[in-house]
Design a binder for this molecule. Sequence first.
Ligand SMILES: *Cc1c(COP(=O)(O)O)cnc(C)c1O
Length: 218
Amino acid sequence: MTFLNRLEEFKELLPEEVQLLAVSKGHSASSIRHLANQGQLDFGESRFQEAKSKIRLLNDLSQIRWHFIGHIQANKVRGVVQVFDVIHSVDSLSLAQRISRISGEEGRIPQIMFQVKLRDDPSKGGFDSQDLLSNWTLLRNLPNILILGLMTIPPIHLNERQRKDLFEDCRNLANQLRLKDCSMGMSRDWEEAVEAGSTWIRIGSLLFGDRVGKDLIS
Ligand SMILES: *Cc1c(COP(=O)(O)O)cnc(C)c1O
C-alpha cells in the first residue's frame, strides 16, 4: 500500500517544519504528474539522464522544484545546474567548487546541501565531519550557491537506535554550522529522522510503490 492517492494523509503525519521531497527516480512522468495534481511540488531524482527526459515531459508544470539527490559526475554538473533548483548531494570540496564556478557561468544560484558521511560506509560518498569543518570557511564563501544545510544517508546495517543517533549527529553538526536544513529520512526511517530534527524527508517507495525496472538507489 502506498500514499500515491493519499498525499494529504501522509502529509498530516508530518510536523509543520518538515518538508516532503517526493523521490521519483524509477517512476514515470505520469506518476509525478499524479502527485503534482495533488499539490506536491518538490521532486527528487538521482540519475541525470532519466531525470532530464521526465523533466522535459513535465515542462508544463512550471511550479515543480527539482531536487538532485544522487552522486554527480563532474561532466554532469552543468546539466544538473541548468535544470535542478536544489542539490542535496554535494559530497566533496572539488564538486562544490565546480558547481560554484559553473553556476556563475550559467547565471544560476542553486540551493545546496552538503552530504555528510557520519559513519563508515564504503558504498557512500560524503564529507566526514572533520573535512567539512576544516574546509568550512572555503565552502561558505563559494559564490553562486546558497547553502541550506546537510544531507545524510545511514549505512544499511544500522538498527533503529543507531540510525537515530546518526540523525542526531547530523542535526548537531548543522546547528554548529548554523544551518537550518537537514535532509534525512527515507521511507523506512523517516520517523526517526523527524524526531532527530530533519527538515526534508526524501520519500520514494512509500509514496510511489516499488521502483519499476532496475533499482536506482545511488
Ligand atoms: C532512492 C533514494 C531515496 C528514497 O528511498 P525510499 O526508500 O524509496 O524512500 C532517498 N534518498 C536518496 C538519496 C535516494 O537515492
